[in-house]
Design a protein around this ligand. Sequence first.
Ligand SMILES: [Zn+2]
Length: 224
Amino acid sequence: MERGSFFDKLISLIYPDTCPYCGKIIDSGKTKCNECEKDIKCIFSVRKILGEVVCVSPYRYSGRVRTAIRKFKFRRYKRYSWNFAMEIVKSIEARFPDKKFSAVTYVPLHKYRKNDRGYNQSRLLAAEIGRKLDIPVQEFLRKIKNNSPQHRLKNLKDRVQNVKGVYEAVCRGENRDGTVILCDDIVTSGSTLVECVKMLKKAGFKDILCVTVANTVREVNENK
Ligand SMILES: [Zn+2]
């Protein structure tokens, strides 16, 4: 749905938009309140994932951003997908103003996990990014093994091992020459994105840009 349509304005009168980071009511079309706009720094981080493939994230995973992402992911605050996606698009445009994208895809959940939660937060982000950039959202990956959640594993070796052979590419007949956006909620060790990028490359995709709402690791190339 187009933000700003008549129907949307009607909905926002009944259910006003709230700031994901503090809960205050905000004007429709704004991603956060004025105070959070001042307090929460966009870092536009660019992190190396695999070879030339990088991950762009607007935020660091801490404080109010962390709380908002956890509400989005575990407490059904699905509407935050719009606020987060707008910040992701801003980061892409700041870092790669000339890049043209052919599609957006996302890190899939295993069907059992999806049934538990009822939604895939990364897919919701991809849908909003696709709408904003006017590109199709495509399911290029499938999760074929129900592994342990990555956040339960602290050590890098275990995280890398835990995602091996877990994803497969399911794309057929698509244009593989354009740049594809691969979307997830956060990037921690990067192991999940590395594995998904490997599968997309194996399926013939030439250029991939990973995006997440937040990066848990402080990078040397961050904006000050
Ligand atoms: Zn706020």
